[in-house]
Write a protein that binds this ligand. Structure first.
Ligand SMILES: [Zn+2]
Length: 399
């Protein structure tokens, strides 16, 4: 994640803070100082915000560790001013697993609220829970912060936690695609509500409304895409007729293939077989550094993930996202038959949609975002980054 700084590593998961979060800290300190130039108060206000975000980290970790129990890795947890995001490698297809991953975050907040609440009542009695000033009564404040986080995250604003719980439950009866469409519809209604309240009360809600609206649309295209790909083998979407170049060819020859034939991936063959694969990005980098005469092999990739033409297309699509590879090699008995690219998958899905009389789906972009993650908003929303092939809204699973 650009513009973010790793501040810790918990349970093997990097915890990163986005630069805009530091701006929020600075803004809180400044706003507090303008109101009351007492430095101790300013320090307490900043400390309170940091504690809130520590709770958000715990919320995200609880999603991430539940996902880990189902064999799903979390690439990182990032803190943004509007919450935390756990970047899960993918969302599980099984509704029960999605349910437990989504519910784990709010459940942790409920548990923390009860635990801290009991501590306050035990030491100060029930009236200890009444908070007059958030910054000067940190423990009791955290009880309410956790309660608010639990309630907010459980709102059915897909792809926030509550929306994911709704989708998981609906999936059991309706199937994944229909459940996602219904959950996203409910989510859009919630987004409109957030936006209206945001205009009147808190501009942060406008950002959350935008996230819910775009995130829901990306999730719908992702679910539709997965449904379209399932049941097909890689052979149906792979690119076969690729021109190859000798391993000692200069970059200029690869550039000609790109310009005249639109070929964005060039295998380099030597006496022993495949010696490297030059992708468009490598070619452009090579041209900028070494010009047309530079050896293509110097900028080629030696290793790319390989699949068989019989590999399920959906599995290969997930591999592309997980490995962040520009393409997959399609091989049989050590022989290169072709490549599988996002572009090729996009064309295949467009043809399928046209045959069904549906409008063409959004093109699969070249971003590395494909693959799915699970992100969660903390202080406000939490959702999961679902890997969606959508140029407009990079798919993100947030919880
Ligand atoms: Zn969450």
């Amino acid at each position: 994640m650009k513009w973010s700084l790793q501040v810790a590593r918990l349970a093997g998961i990097p915890i990163r803070v986005h630069a805009s979060f530091l701006l929020l800290l600075a803004w809180v300190a400044y706003a507090h100082y303008r109101r009351d130039p007492d430095l101790r108060g300013v320090g307490l206000a900043v400390l309170f915000l940091c504690l809130v975000f520590a709770v958000v980290v715990l919320h995200e970790l609880s999603h991430a560790l539940t996902a880990r129990a189902y064999g799903i890795r979390t690439r990182e947890i990032t803190l943004w001013p509007i919450g935390g995001i756990s970047h899960l490698e993918r969302m599980p297809e099984q509704p029960a697993q999605e349910f437990w991953i989504a519910v784990a975050g709010p459940l942790l907040n409920v548990a923390l609220a009860l635990l801290l609440g009991a501590l306050v009542v035990a030491t100060r009695g029930a009236e200890g829970l009444v908070v007059a000033d958030f910054e000067h009564d940190l423990l009791a404040s955290l009880v309410w912060v956790n309660a608010a986080l639990a309630v907010f995250n459980l709102l059915p604003a897909f792809p926030m936690d509550g929306g994911r719980i709704l989708r998981a439950l609906l999936s059991m009866a309706l199937g994944r695609v229909a459940a996602t469409q219904v959950a996203a519809g409910v989510g859009r209604a919630m987004a409109i509500l957030f936006a209206l309240i945001g205009l009147a009360v808190n501009p942060f809600l406008l950002l959350i409304a935008l996230f819910v609206w775009l995130g829901g649309s990306a999730e719908v295209s992702h679910a539709e895409l997965r449904a379209a790909l399932s049941g097909h083998p890689v052979a149906h979407a792979m690119t076969r007729a690729l021109a190859t170049l000798p391993a000692d060819a200069p970059l200029g020859q690869a550039a000609r293939l790109l310009v005249h034939r639109g070929q964005r991936i060039v295998p380099l063959l030597g006496p022993a077989g495949l010696e490297g694969v030059l992708c468009e990005r490598d070619l452009l980098r090579g041209l900028a550094r070494g010009g047309l005469e530079a050896p293509a092999k110097q900028f080629a990739r030696r290793r790319l993930p390989a699949v068989s033409p019989r590999t399920p297309l959906l599995e290969a699509f997930e591999l592309l996202g997980r490995r962040r590879a520009p393409c997959l090699l399609v091989e049989e008995e050590g022989r290169l038959l072709g490549v599988l690219t996002r572009e090729g998958i996009g064309h295949f899905v467009s043809v399928l949609s046209a045959l069904r009389g549906e409008p063409p789906p959004l093109e699969l972009g070249n971003q590395d975002a494909l693959g799915g993650g699970h992100e969660g908003f903390g202080p406000s929303p939490a959702s999961a980054e679902g890997a969606g092939p959508d140029r407009r809204a990079p798919p993100v699973t947030r919880l």
